[in-house]
Design a protein around this ligand. Structure first.
Ligand code: ZN
Length: 91
């Protein structure tokens, strides 16, 4: 029998790529390796993805802030920026 490869797509370092492990389990016509077997992963993923979702949300929130700040601050003079910083400090 031809060796099946795991068909799971893996997200890492901000890219999707196919898992290259040899598949061990068939689930609903798709093949998965031991790591990506949906039945096995289901419980683990629930816990892990909650943590991961939080990290991702924080990261993307930070990235959005930076890009928004960049856009806002580009048009400001240094004096204006100093004024803005003062307002923040006095809070
Ligand atoms: Zn896999």
């Amino acid at each position: 029998m031809e060796k099946q490869k795991c068909q799971e797509q893996v997200y890492n370092n901000w890219h999707w790529f196919g898992c290259c492990n040899n598949a061990k389990y068939e689930r609903k016509g798709r093949w998965y390796c031991g790591v990506h077997d949906p039945d096995r992963r289901h419980k683990q993923v629930t816990i892990r993805s909650a943590k991961w979702d939080k990290e991702w949300a924080e990261k993307s929130d930070r990235n959005e802030r930076i890009s928004l700040m960049d856009r806002i601050l580009k048009d400001k003079t240094v004096d204006e920026l100093r004024e803005m910083a003062k307002v923040k400090e006095s809070k």
